[in-house]
Design a protein around this ligand. Structure first.
Ligand code: SAH
Length: 280
């Protein structure tokens, strides 16, 4: 990623490489300890946050409903196309699940089993409590099954278990190299036809480094370059609508491991002979 970026204090970086070299010491001898510090500070930030919807949404608890509606509309465009219209047993993984907000309000309504992975233990405990009431013992009930207290950079999903791996508002905690290795490992966790959904804040250009929670907000182009390096293809995308104006725009990406056939080829063909706008 060549574009420059900013940090939350307004300082500029000429490239993401420069920023990562400073933050996690890529290419430096003490790289290991800087990376350790990056993650330690990120976790410390979240450990001090209240285990509530308002807490995990950074004081924007009121966007929960709009967020869930937007996600649900997107999921509804994906499920029939990927898994058919007949009811079958579906399994999802909620990554960086926090207190289980996405699992409770969305995933459990569509998936028979949902696993949660979250490194901050008081969030995961709250998730366990929030979701305990939702489970029941009926055959093929919808329930939260496994609760893994691990950060994504150390997590490997069980092979072939998931139809959907949902990653929302947490992948900015991972530097590019850990981002790429996580997705490469996690691909093996998908069932045939399975997919990733990534729902994240989007920077207008390059990236914005958040010095408080030690995360980065990437641009759409930055995400696309990383997905490409992960060997993932964009199946579809959607912009989240209806969020307050002062916050970052939010985008949803559905990602698959095989090159999508019809739709994108056709688009590529029609665009081949057209001039393209150069976006700065
Ligand atoms: N996805 C949830 C929570 C968002 S808040 C939701 O949309 O409601 C961001 C979450 O990322 C927090 O729960 C935080 O603990 C988690 N997180 C922080 N560092 C992480 C890491 N390295 N790997 C996975 N999750 C992380």
């Amino acid at each position: 990623m060549d574009a420059g970026g900013l940090d939350s204090d307004g300082r500029g970086f000429s490239s993401s490489r420069e920023m990562w070299r400073e933050e996690i010491g890529i290419g430096e001898a003490e790289g290991g300890s800087k990376r350790h510090e990056w993650y330690r500070k990120g976790i410390a930030y979240w450990q001090a946050v209240e285990a509530s919807v308002d807490g995990v949404l950074g004081g924007y608890g009121h966007v929960n409903e709009v967020d869930v509606k937007g996600s649900e509309a997107f999921l509804n465009t994906l499920l029939p196309n990927r898994f058919g219209t007949e009811r079958r047993h579906l399994v999802a993984l909620d990554c960086g699940s926090g207190i289980g907000r996405v699992t409770k309000n969305l995933l459990l309504r569509y998936f028979n089993e949902v696993d949660l992975v979250e490194p901050v233990s008081h969030f995961l405990e709250a998730a366990r409590e929030n979701l305990a009431l939702d489970g029941d013992s009926e055959k093929d009930a919808h329930k939260a099954v496994n609760f893994y207290c691990v950060p994504l950079q150390e997590f490997t999903p069980e092979a072939g278990r998931y139809d959907v791996i949902w990653i929302q508002w947490c992948v900015g905690q991972l530097p590019d190299d850990d981002f790429i290795s996580f997705f490469k490992r996690a691909k093996a966790g998908l069932k045939p036809n399975g997919l990733f959904v990534v729902k994240e804040n989007i920077a207008r250009k390059g990236f914005v480094l958040d010095k408080e929670d030690h995360s980065i907000t990437r641009s759409d182009l930055y995400f696309k370059e990383l997905f490409n390096q992960c060997g993932l293809y964009i199946y579809s995308t959607k912009d989240q609508k209806g969020f307050p104006e002062e916050i970052f725009p939010v985008k949803m990406y559905a990602l698959v491991t095989e090159k999508p056939k019809v739709a994108s080829n056709r688009r590529a063909k029609t665009q081949r002979h057209k001039p393209a706008v150069i976006k700065s």
